[in-house]
Design a protein around this ligand. Structure first.
Ligand code: ZN
Length: 231
């Protein structure tokens, strides 16, 4: 009986480890960020207080002296940074307001916004993902302000992410905002969890792309990619 229990425990642990390895390999998750239905029952201030307490515990457990001048403000600083900055995009209330304008110039060629600075966080390790996003669309009836393209990228970046999901979320939001299927998104990013730990690879980077509508055709996709090469 005892032996069986031990065996079961070992198997459970192995399953868990396999699962964690799969996470380490950044397998694709579902398109929506997995949020609980009560995700926003607490106010930002309540969240900051709770996270501050937990982060204090983490630092204490690591053996750090929280009475030290340099460290004592860190738990609160981290909590505020999580809620107000780097995970600000979890809350739908913080979604950028996108106003659509009539395409009165009748511009129907490709519009490319390239090298959009992207700071995100790996949801498996909670360390930064740093990169660039390039987005493009072919206007139909509507256009949006150029800076809104950056804001859409930033909104989806500012949450715990996997790069594949972030790419799809941005593409879907662009389709919605622009009322067209003709959008492209390409993200090139460095994952600090790959560079500074684990395999410690400082030279590799990760590229993901989504092409929809006309961008599924070689001609449009190649035009988009050629714009990215011209620097
Ligand atoms: Zn990671």
């Amino acid at each position: 009986m005892k032996l069986n229990e031990t065996l079961l425990n070992i198997m459970d642990n192995q399953d868990l480890e396999n699962e964690q390895e799969a996470m380490d390999d950044h397998m694709m998750s579902a398109l929506d960020t997995p949020l609980r239905s009560d995700a926003f029952d607490l106010t930002d201030q309540e969240k900051i207080s709770i996270i501050e307490g937990h982060f204090k515990e983490i630092m204490h457990t690591l053996g750090l002296d929280l009475t030290d001048d340099s460290l004592k403000g860190t738990p609160r600083r981290v909590a505020k940074m999580y809620v107000k900055e780097i995970f600000h995009g979890l809350n739908p209330e913080n979604k950028p307001d996108i106003r659509r304008f009539e395409n009165k110039y009748k511009y129907h060629r490709m519009l490319v916004e390239r090298d959009i600075t992207l700071y995100s966080s790996c949801e498996h390790h909670f360390v930064p993902i740093i990169g660039k996003a390039h987005v493009a669309y072919i206007p139909g009836e509507h256009v949006i302000g150029l800076s809104k393209l950056n804001r859409i990228v930033q909104y989806y970046a500012r949450r715990p992410q996997v790069q594949e999901r972030m790419t799809m979320q941005i593409a879907n939001e662009l389709k919605q905002a622009l009322q067209t299927e003709d959008v492209a998104v390409l993200i090139e990013a460095d994952h600090l969890c790959v560079m500074s730990r684990g395999v410690n690879d400082v030279t590799s980077s990760t590229i993901t792309a989504e092409y929809s509508g006309l961008f599924q055709e070689d001609q449009y996709r190649n035009e988009f990619l050629s714009h990215l090469r011209k620097k």
